[in-house]
Design a protein around this ligand. Structure first.
Ligand code: SDX
Length: 393
């Protein structure tokens, strides 16, 4: 239950969190949601089913899936006043702070679903978040390009609705590309949960104070933005663009990584848990080829990325450190081919991770043994000493 790790000879009690939602074996490169391998879910399921599986623990029956889909569809609209919330942001705002602020604002607009101890309110806030985050994300994008917001169209699926609100225009019908819908749905499945990662641990910690679900998820969005976490998919594209601008020489770049030049990392590589190929990265890499081909996109950054991977998988610096591609290494190339700007990549990660965050918050919230999160520390500061008056300092 509790791991004891040494700290300069002393012992710091690091309690591991118990969870039944996702299982990862970092050495073997295994990832399972509620016991089902990610490879099977990516190939045979879809995002709304996987969201149900993560949150309620089982794959839904046909009638459960219909009811769940209908419950979500009923809540895709934002309160009209909340739409004006976006007017307050500068156009050049990064969409992630817009997303986390708007999600936190749901606590102000939907005060009838804040009580974590009322199961009906927990369910209501759950479906409201699943329904409204795609709308908020699309509005954050529309704000950044100065285009009109589109209301949700509930005849569409969750992913179709998001794509239409993001790239559609009021004046003309949106030309839905089924290849993009299928690929984006599968990418959301791959991102849906990943046990106690930084942002999920943040959601659980905020929620452990009995803060409501909206504000806990807002905390998770903020943690995800960091370039070492969900922000890595944006950082990978910026890294590839820089290598291309420099003439595309991967050897030179890799030498800079190995020389540990400040601020030079192989973004999209390495992982706190996977010391093997991230199983999601393998699936994303395959998808990148098919999506770019089906969209007729020939992105030379994909060749640069594959070149970097080839070098890394055969270079002892990376092999000895067990550095392999993670989920973020290839995803940005697919998002770009779909038409998303780089700054929207981490927003897409958040859309995918939402059901996992909710599942973990609900698991923590429902567990009677849950106590408020209170990490301990090893004090390394001064021993006791007296106050020094100003004229004696
Ligand atoms: C995600 O936790 C999750 O599950 C997260 C996630 C999820 O689904 O929620 O999987 C999503 O966040 C994936 C990670 C995305 N981040 C990146 O791609 C950023 C680049 N990666 C690194 O910053 C790093 O690999 C981390 C942050 C992911 C992990 O950092 P660690 O645990 O500190 O890495 P480590 O201790 O295993 O490093 C061992 C060695 C060190 O070198 P030495 O000091 O031993 O000489 O490997 C080096 C590190 O400096 N190293 C890298 C590197 N990652 C680690 N060197 C170059 N490039 C890298 N990317």
């Amino acid at each position: 239950e509790t791991g004891l790790t040494t700290f300069d000879g002393g012992f710091v009690n690091t309690s591991a969190c118990k969870s039944a939602i996702t299982y990862i074996d970092g050495e073997a490169g295994i990832l399972r949601y509620r016991g089902i391998p990610i490879e099977q879910l990516a190939e045979r399921s879809n995002f709304i089913e996987v969201s149900y599986l993560l949150i309620y623990g089982e794959l839904p029956t046909a009638s459960e899936l219909d009811a769940f889909t209908d419950r979500i569809r009923r809540h895709t609209l934002l309160h009209e006043d909340l739409k004006r919330f976006f007017d307050g942001f500068p156009r050049n705002a990064h969409p992630m702070p817009v997303l986390s602020s708007a999600v936190n604002a749901l606590s102000a607009y939907y005060q009838d679903s804040l009580d974590p101890k009322d199961p009906e309110q927990v369910e209501l806030s759950t479906v409201r978040l699943l329904a409204k985050l795609p709308t908020i994300a699309a509005y954050a994008y529309k704000k950044s390009v100065g285009q009109p917001f589109l209301y949700p169209d509930n005849s569409l699926s969750l992913v179709e609705n998001f794509l239409r609100m993001t790239f559609g225009f009021p004046a003309e019908p949106y030309d839905m590309n089924p290849e993009i819908v299928k690929a984006l749905d599968m990418l959301f499945v791959l991102h849906a949960d990943h046990e106690q990662n930084c942002s999920t641990s943040t959601v659980r910690l905020v929620g452990s104070s009995q803060a409501n679900l909206f504000t806990s998820i807002s905390g998770g969005i903020n943690a995800l933005w960091g370039p070492l976490h969900g922000g890595a998919n944006q950082a990978v594209l910026e890294m590839l663009d820089k290598i291309k601008e420099g003439g595309g020489d991967t050897t030179d770049f890799m030498n800079r990584v190995k020389n540990k030049e400040p601020g030079v990392k192989l973004m999209g590589f390495g992982h706190r848990v996977y010391k093997n190929y991230d199983p999601r990265a393998a699936i994303v890499k395959k998808t990148a080829d098919t999506v770019l081909e089906s969209l007729g996109v020939n992105d030379d950054l994909l060749d640069i990325a594959k070149g970097l991977e080839e070098v890394a998988l055969n270079d002892d610096y990376f092999i000895s450190r067990k550095l392999y591609p993670n989920v973020d290494f290839y995803t940005g190339l697919i998002y770009r081919a779909m038409g998303f700007p780089t700054r929207m990549f981490t927003v897409l990660f958040a859309l995918g991770r939402l059901p996992g965050w909710i599942a973990h918050w609900q698991e923590m919230n429902a567990d009677p043994s849950t106590k408020i999160g209170r990490p301990r520390q090893v004090y390394t500061g001064y021993t006791e000493r007296d106050f020094a008056p100003l004229d004696q300092r």
